[in-house]
Ligand binder design. Structure first.
Ligand code: NAD
Ligand code: UGA
Length: 455
């Protein structure tokens, strides 16, 4: 039986390993973490993250061939293949602060692997890392005098939160980068055989290590760039009475462009888009490619502009002041079907509204614990409400910031009746029935579409 280990039991490590365990009954999969609370949660069958379908996949394999542990050295010693899925956040100090990836957790993990290994192993980069990280890893791992040899592979993860289980079960592609040597090829083949137990072989792509590392950054950068592109057009649509959704549909029907990832929004969030684009900018700068760096930096700048623009529009429409006004926030997670709030556009929107001295009530089906942690319980001007209707009662405006399906089906007539008039709704995701809301009496401000206002 092959022993697979994953170091890091987060949004990637947990679901990815549960999927491998489910599909590969001949492998024993162990996931370790320094965070004991997380491991306890996984091990009890109640994952520490919200992800549709995850609990069921974990339940199928838990304690059969899927195990969670905090004994990291023992797990390393027993493993044949070690996935490393620790966090690689943006560096907040020293050279490259605010842009480069902080690889301290990665490097610590490499040293832990080295210390606890007494036989050859395959080490797989699952975390998103800057291109050429594998060289540094190889140097740390293979500079040992124990006679142990490590083969480092790159196998970036492309799952999106909220759809992680479907993405893992049926990925567009699995990318595996390895060294062009006999032992490199053997290692790649070993990993291919694991994925091939449920992924069609034509979707498993083998490349060189550097292409694999770079493809992950570029993939996120292209996705983020599409959103910033359409968001920049939403600003233009608002002043020209064009409708950005009609524009998205029209351009998306060109098969060369494609229809996905063209939803204008209050801005993209999530733990990775900003971090990975900044990382790409940093790499371009590092290699002296200033024009390329400037091009990608603009993707981030448009995203910041979009969030500021959303708040400016709210303040402007609400008679140029929101001081003391109650504003209901519908959705705090960075996207629907997750409780994750990392880099959520809602954080910046709420902060900017607080700066304008509004009084905000945050509501979200999954993300309230994180929202409470971000702002604290007692910050003046903030309340939290489980029920969106309760959040809106007495408010002068609703800002919809996450595209939770439940928000489409609320009883907006009674919500309207409970609000201060004139009542505003700012739909930061364009998911509501704007015409109907207008007929109920709301002044409706979508993104990149003509406003429907009674004023
Ligand atoms: P996360 O913060 O949820 O999980 C990382 C885990 O690693 C944490 O639980 C942390 O305690 C643990 N850890 C850190 N150092 C450790 C050590 N030395 N030993 C053991 N455990 C350690 O992060 P995540 O969202 O799972 O992301 C992990 C990586 O995957 C990142 O590089 C990210 O860019 C990439 N990625 C994330 C997503 C996503 O949707 N979140 C998708 C694709 C790729
Ligand atoms: C993204 C990528 O889609 C994954 O392939 C990748 O593995 C992952 O980053 C990662 O590396 O972490 P994720 O951030 O989980 O996944 O979610 P997305 O669906 O990409 O959404 C990101 C943000 O863009 C969200 O805030 C979402 O609301 C926003 N978005 C998305 C838009 O504003 N418009 C769109 O058309 C699509």
């Amino acid at each position: 039986m092959k022993n697979i280990l994953c170091i890091g039991a987060g949004y990637v490590g947990g679901p990815t390993m549960a999927m491998i365990a489910r599909n590969c009954p001949d492998c024993r999969v162990t996931v370790v973490d320094i965070n004991h609370e997380r491991i306890r949660a996984w091990d009890s069958g109640s994952p520490p993250i919200y992800e549709p379908g995850l609990r069921e996949v974990v339940a199928e394999a838990l304690h059969r061939n899927l195990f969670f542990s905090t004994d990291i050295p023992a797990a390393i010693a027993a493993a044949d293949i070690i996935f490393v899925s620790v966090n690689t956040p943006t560096k907040t100090f020293g050279e490259g602060a605010g842009m480069a990836a902080d690889l301290q957790y990665w490097e610590k993990t490499a040293r832990q692997i080295l210390a606890a290994s007494d036989r050859d192993k395959i080490v797989v980069e699952k975390s998103t890392v800057p291109v050429r990280t594998a060289t540094a890893m190889e140097r740390i791992l293979n500079g040992n005098d124990k006679g142990v040899k490590f083969e480092v592979l790159s196998n970036p993860e492309f799952l999106a939160e909220g759809t992680a289980i479907a993405d893992l079960q049926s990925p567009d592609r699995v990318l595996i980068g390895g060294k062009p040597t006999a032992s490199g090829d053997r290692a790649v083949q070993e990993l291919v055989e694991i994925y091939a137990q449920w992924v069609p072989r034509e979707r498993i792509l083998a490349t060189n290590v550097w292409s694999s590392e770079l493809s992950k950054l570029v993939s996120n950068a292209f996705l983020a760039q599409r959103i910033s592109s359409i968001n920049s057009i939403s600003a233009l649509a608002e002043v020209t009475d064009a409708d950005v959704q009609e524009v998205s549909r029209a351009i998306g029907m060109d098969s060369r462009i494609g229809g996905r990832f063209l939803n204008a929004s209050v801005g993209f969030g999530g733990s990775c888009f900003k971090k990975d684009v900044l990382n790409l900018v940093y790499l371009c700068q590092h290699y002296g490619l200033q024009e390329a760096a400037g091009y990608w930096r603009q993707v981030i700048e448009i995203n910041e502009y979009q969030k500021r623009r959303f708040v400016r529009r709210m303040v402007h429409q609400m008679f140029n002041t929101v001081v003391g006004k109650r504003i209901a926030i519908f959705g705090f997670a960075f996207k629907a079907d997750t409780g994750d709030t990392r880099e959520s556009p809602a954080i910046d929107v709420c902060r900017q509204l607080l700066e304008e001295r509004a009084s905000i009530v945050i509501s979200d089906p999954q993300a309230l614990p994180n929202a409470r942690q971000i702002f604290g319980e007692d910050l003046p001007g903030i309340e939290f409400a489980e029920d969106p209707a309760a959040a809106a009662a007495g408010a002068g405006a609703i800002a919809l910031l996450t595209e939770w399906d439940a928000y489409r089906r609320l009883d907006y007539e009674s919500i309207f009746a409970s609000m201060e008039k004139p009542a505003f709704i700012f739909d930061g995701r364009n998911i509501l029935d704007h015409r109907r809301l207008f007929e109920i009496g709301f002044n409706v401000f979508p993104i990149g579409k003509p406003a429907l206002s009674h004023l």
